[in-house]
Design a protein around this ligand. Structure first.
Ligand code: NAD
Length: 429
């Protein structure tokens, strides 16, 4: 995968093109799957707290729903673009397929910065987003979920607006809801824990144990936090964490040679996953440049922040100690950077497998919501672990047998499943 790609959508397309060649897909299959099946872009007018009206731009993209209703998060981000959402929707299709979930791929977003918005203004954005898309989403159509800078509270506002508009209770419309209001136990932990289950399986295949491994992590939000929590609980050591500093408007890396104490660090982290620099210094963490997380003498890198964080222009910084990169975020490694990493013998456990724990648990939440019967936390986690182990084994095994990278193996499995569904439905031949 050596194509230089600029945007997440171009990245997703170039990754798909490579696998389309390996699978020798016909032109119709390529034309269908290189682009979303449907996309929506709309305005959300919001009356602000100061009495003014601001117009926010919202998106929903449904990439493919041949295997089931669309599924994918809604992101709030000031740099959100339709193009990013397209790429992320496409990745959701492959992610659901590699995890063998009966779901398609979708994604949504709003161009906004929640740091600058009151909770009331965010509520209005959530309700406005639902009002614009209500006819095109639903339990059997397309099911949203939380993502970057959206939480269980945002999902509940969206659910409330949806139920008001359709006139009935529809808990299966959205996932990532608060527990007790239709949410699933363990959904919050699911993505980060799934990253670590996948890491454990990938290490096991290389005759390595999780105990004693060292890691450096980018992002200390939902995914990063639970990945760090489980990794340290299972005997791994996290040497550094990089996160965004809203005050200085740049990222910093916090490192401590004795390792990160999860509870301690969580206690000085705000709800956006930003670490308090003064308190971190008092606890003995050294503050370094934002991309110093790449340079730590760790064996594992876990990017769990945003897309395109490991690129051709910074991949050289990846320390010589690094053996494996496990993608918690979506699209954190550009295809060009991945080619350079593979040449150096660094394996990349791809996002569509590594962070599929979130959508797997979202699927469990849908099942529970639709039947209005909720499972115990241990039951959810046991089902999650079993799914992640199964999906990891399939990818690791195919990569070994075909002599391809883990990303190519994951893509081969998922694209093949989606193409079959499209063929079985008669959409393509
Ligand atoms: P989040 O908003 O909870 O946390 C994001 C973290 O990244 C924060 O700690 C923030 O400080 C940090 N960050 C932001 N910009 C940064 C930068 N430039 N440098 C360093 N750190 C930076 O988001 P999340 O839900 O944890 O999602 C993280 C990634 O994982 C995203 O790519 C998302 O699409 C993906 N993902 C999330 C889920 C989920 O269930 N939440 C599931 C699958 C994939």
């Amino acid at each position: 995968m050596t194509t230089v790609a600029q945007t997440p959508f171009q990245m997703a397309q170039s990754q798909f093109d490579r696998v389309a060649d390996l699978l020798d897909l016909n032109q119709a299959a390529r034309d269908l799957l290189r682009f979303p099946i449907r996309e929506y872009s709309f305005a959300i007018p919001v009356r602000m707290d100061d009495g003014s009206t601001q117009i926010f731009r919202g998106f929903r993209v449904q990439h493919n729903d041949a295997r089931g209703p669309g599924k994918g998060g809604v992101r709030f981000h000031p740099q959100e673009t339709l193009d990013t959402v397209r790429g992320l929707a496409m990745w959701m299709t492959w992610k659901c397929a590699v995890a063998d979930l009966p779901l398609g791929g979708a994604k949504g977003g709003v161009v906004c910065d929640p740091h600058q918005l009151s909770m009331r203004e965010q509520e209005q954005i959530c309700r406005g987003w639902v009002r614009q898309i209500v006819r095109n989403v639903g339990a059997n159509t397309d099911v949203p979920a939380p993502d970057v800078m959206t939480s269980a509270q945002h999902m509940l506002w969206m659910l409330d607006e949806f139920e008001t508009l359709v006139g009935s209770r529809q808990p299966g419309f959205i996932t990532g809801k608060p527990v007790g209001m239709g949410g699933s136990l363990a959904r919050t932990e699911a993505t980060g824990y799934g990253v670590i289950y996948t890491l454990r399986e990938a290490l096991r295949a290389r005759f390595r144990k999780l105990e004693g491994v060292t890691a450096s992590v980018q992002g200390f939000g939902n995914v990063g936090q639970y990945a760090v929590q489980l990794l340290t609980k299972l005997g791994g050591k996290v040497l550094a964490i990089s996160c965004w500093d809203q005050k200085d408007r740049c990222s910093y890396t916090y490192a401590r040679s004795s390792g990160v104490d999860f509870d301690e660090l969580k206690g000085i982290t705000d709800r956006f996953g930003g670490i308090d620099p003064d308190k971190a210094r008092d606890l003995g963490y050294e503050r370094m440049a934002g991309d110093a997380w790449l340079e730590q003498e760790a064996e594992i890198l876990i990017p769990a922040a945003l897309d395109r964080e490991i690129r051709e222009d910074n991949v050289e910084k990846v320390a010589s100690s690094v053996k494996m990169i496990v993608e918690g975020a979506n699209g954190p490694t550009t295809p060009g950077a991945e080619a350079m990493l593979l040449k150096r013998g660094i394996e990349v456990v791809p996002d569509l497998l590594a962070n599929s724990g979130g959508v797997t648990c979202s699927y469990f939440e849908q099942v529970q919501s639709n039947s209005n019967y909720y499972w115990e936390r241990d039951e959810v986690l046991a089902k999650l672990e079993s799914r992640m182990v199964g999906a990891s084994a399939a990818v690791l095994d195919l990569a070994e047998r075909r002599g391809v990278s883990l990303r190519e193996a994951a893509y081969l499995i998922s694209v093949d499943r989606v193409v079959r569904a499209c063929r079985d439905r008669g959409w393509i031949q």
